[in-house]
Write a protein that binds this ligand. Structure first.
Ligand SMILES: [Zn+2]
Ligand SMILES: [Zn+2]
Length: 370
């Protein structure tokens, strides 16, 4: 499908202007002329979840490759499905296109952390990982640049009402007599032993949620999307293409309804805490929870992320930096040799298969870190 691309040109020299995170303005690549972005005077709105779902077409729109012709140099190129902002691969002029999905983003947080700052945070993060393989540190010394992405997210508000049943456990102590052996002699001692008295518990838990954020992109792993949180949604501004200029941007590939299923899982953590608190006692068992989601609203937003990837031993490791807070997250390659020798050095034990098995479990558990 053919799309026309829009871009912003410098009023002085006609070269393309890109959004600058440091200035918060459009800046000309060529003559450095700055153009202020007037913030749109619109409130950040919440939209009815159920109304949107009933208006959405039953069929989810299929991903289409967009054929774009560059306004500056005339070359044609294709954008990957869901992408709606990129740069011409031939002349680097920003290309922003129309949306394909029915629900378009109405608000966004522009980039605050610059590429340079993101890179130095990323380097620090890698260097603090002692177990990273030498190849990874070398990769950083090359001039690999980070890519700036506006990623699609859903936010959900909901007033939840949960009916629950379960058990409350109260611990009490009883004195029992036990036989112990001391210096070869048997002796009876009286000891305190803990017991739990379980009683039935049920009730209703009310929890209200504001802006539960759920990543709506399939191009970044769920683990990384979640680890990038928290996002301060009070920083949201009305959507404006000018903030996209020079950056990649994606539309949602996880729909409004599927996104809400992820949101429910996140909400359940808080609901469960509240139920445990209400049941009280020393221990709690939860047998059933039936939650109603009332007054559910959503927003379709864009959030700024710097990304990088690293190929090592036939596997690609992905990294991301929250371009609002500077938080670095990612999958870390570990050098088993380095870890192995570190343990040998620490324990003085030489060569043991046991350590390798232990390490494998340990490494797998640490793959996604902050
Ligand atoms: Zn200019
Ligand atoms: Zn071009």
């Amino acid at each position: 499908m053919k799309f026309t691309a829009m871009s912003f040109t410098c009023p002085s020299c006609g070269a393309p202007q890109k959004f600058s995170p440091t200035k918060g303005m459009l800046v000309c690549e060529f003559c450095k002329r700055e153009t202020a972005i007037d913030p749109k005077n619109q409130p950040i709105m919440e939209y009815s979840f159920h109304q949107a779902l009933s208006n959405l077409e039953a069929e989810e729109s299929k991903p289409i490759e967009k054929e774009v012709s560059c306004k500056k140099c005339g070359s044609s190129f294709t954008l990957t499905p869901y992408s709606f902002s990129s740069n011409c691969p031939y002349c680097d002029t920003p290309a922003i296109t129309d949306f394909v999905q029915e629900l378009t983003p109405k608000s966004m947080i522009p980039f605050k952390v610059t590429q340079k700052d993101a890179r130095s945070r990323f380097e620090k993060w890698v260097k603090s990982r002692w177990f990273a393989p030498t190849a990874f540190k070398k990769y950083l010394d090359g001039n690999e640049s980070l890519t700036g992405y506006y990623l699609p997210y859903w936010t959900y508000d909901s007033d939840t009402v949960s009916q629950y049943t379960g058990l409350r456990g109260d611990v009490y102590y009883v004195t029992v007599t036990k036989t112990v052996v001391e210096n070869g002699k048997q002796r009876n001692v009286r000891v305190q032993e803990a017991r739990t008295r379980w009683t039935a518990a049920s009730g209703t838990a009310y929890v209200n949620f504001d802006d539960v954020t759920v990543g709506a992109s399939k191009s970044v792993s769920r683990a990384i999307l979640s680890a990038l949180e928290p996002w301060d949604t009070t920083q949201l501004l009305p959507f404006d293409e000018k903030y996209l200029s020079g950056f990649e941007a994606e539309e949602y590939s996880i729909g409004l309804d599927n996104g809400f299923e992820f949101a429910k899982t996140k909400m359940y953590f808080k609901i469960e805490q509240k139920i445990r608190y209400q049941i009280g006692g020393d221990k709690q068992q939860i047998h059933s929870v039936n939650t109603q989601y009332n007054n559910t609203t959503y927003k379709n937003i864009l959030l700024p992320v710097w990304t990088a990837s690293f190929k090592w031993n036939n596997k690609t490791y992905n990294y991301a930096i929250n371009a609002l807070t500077g938080k670095v997250v990612g999958e870390r390659p570990y050098s088993p040799t380095k870890i192995f020798f570190a343990i040998l050095g620490a324990s003085g034990v030489v060569g043991s298969v046991f350590y390798f098995e232990e390490l494998k479990v340990w490494i797998n558990g640490l793959m996604v870190g902050m």
